[in-house]
Design a protein around this ligand. Sequence first.
Ligand code: PHE
Length: 279
Amino acid sequence: MNQTKRDIEKLLDIKTTEIEKIEKNKKLHEESVDITLPGRKHERGGTHPITLVLKKIEEIFLSLGFKIEEGPEVELDYYNFEALNIPKDHPARDDQDSFYINREILLRTHTSPVEIRVMEKQQPPVRMITIGRCYRRDAADSTHSPMFHQIEGLAVDKDITFGDLKGVLTVFVHRMFGEDRKVRFRPGYFPFTEPSAEVDVSCLLCHGKGCRACGYSGWLEIMGAGVTDPVVFKMVGYDPEKYSGFAFGMGAERIAMLKYGINDIRLFFENDLRFLKQF
Ligand code: PHE
């Protein structure tokens, strides 16, 4: 009896080992990993070129003593136009074809309304910049986008002059584009500044000699600016006899295009990784 029991146990042992071996082999085969395959790369995100430019601009103006302020993208007609000396029937409204929500509310067409909001809640001195999205009913092409970013600046104090505006913007251009850039102030028109100027920087490609990029003028326009109109101060309850100020506004996309040599504004919004990976 015992001998038979041992024999059976032995046979069982042999069979079990055999089955285990087959199972193990099968498993090894099924789970085999090709260790020669290259590993999967983790895609790392980067900073969008517009964000890079905005950060740099913030850094420059913070170092000059400006504070960062914010305002709404859905804005009242009053702040976007009226308080900036652009009444309902003013032709300057035509320059900024707008997205209206109703007769009194629209998507802001520029960041200048933030100037009004800031002046309403504080007394001079003011040194502020604000950065944000703006909207205009423009058809998209290589230089227009219905949504874009603006950087607005405002300084109000006693004895602020056009000279201060020139000084601040010249420092800005030198830090943004390089010390060898020249800055030019051309007479311009904005209803909320008087006098007003269009600010040009010498062409980054031809250094002012004239080439295709600058339309053979040697200059590229980068922003609008001027001395704050006393009418605007009256709107916010500042005494124009006591205070003066300057303001400027520029498009972040335009600055980025000039800084990095980008020829189509649509590239910023298409999310094409081949473009984004270059920054
Ligand atoms: N808000 C003006 C625009 O969008 C730019 C500007 C700002 C001009 C401040 C003068 C002063 O065209």
